[in-house]
Design a protein around this ligand. Structure first.
Ligand code: AMP
Length: 143
């Protein structure tokens, strides 16, 4: 299964925030959309970073409640690992495991076209394996 196919099976659009969004506002965005990370986009739609709930938890330890009024640019990861739409779900699964990241933005010709979470990957793999299993069961039954 390719990422472009996975993206078709979920609502389109990527939740983004700007670098000066406060952590407090980020928490609202994450809760409202029921997601664990947001892509940080600056002027002219430039990809500036990614910020996840894990960043908030870790930095909360360093800064305490004062973190809430800081900008997300203070806690985001600037070197974003991205994938192209023609990569496979299996490849993405390895990337997520090796790098210990649960979110990967999908970029095509410099433009952000989607984001895939580890939950999306798990769902896609289960659907695929269940499909194969059902095919095998009916194949065996028909013999
Ligand atoms: P996550 O597992 O997605 O909650 O993120 C764990 C850590 O990796 C956090 O510090 C994130 O900022 C960072 N991170 C998440 N996704 C990416 C990505 N695609 N590229 C680089 N860093 C990431």
């Amino acid at each position: 299964v390719l990422l472009v196919q996975l993206l078709r099976s979920k609502p389109s659009g990527v939740t983004t925030v700007s670098p000066n969004t406060t952590v407090r506002a980020l928490l609202d965005v994450l809760a409202e959309h029921r997601i664990g990370a947001a892509v940080v986009v600056g002027e002219e739609s430039r990809l500036e970073g990614i910020v996840s709930e894990r960043d908030v938890v870790r930095k909360l330890r360093d800064h305490g409640a004062g973190l809430l009024d800081m900008g997300v640019d203070q806690i985001m990861t600037r070197e974003v690992v991205t994938c192209g739409p023609t990569s496979s779900v299996e490849d993405l699964m390895s990337v997520m495991t090796e790098r210990r990241i649960r979110h990967v933005p999908i970029v095509e010709q410099g433009a952000l076209v989607g984001i895939v979470s580890i939950g999306d990957v798990v769902k896609s793999r289960i659907d695929e394996l269940e499909g194969e299993r059902n095919d095998l069961i009916s194949y065996i039954g028909n013999r």
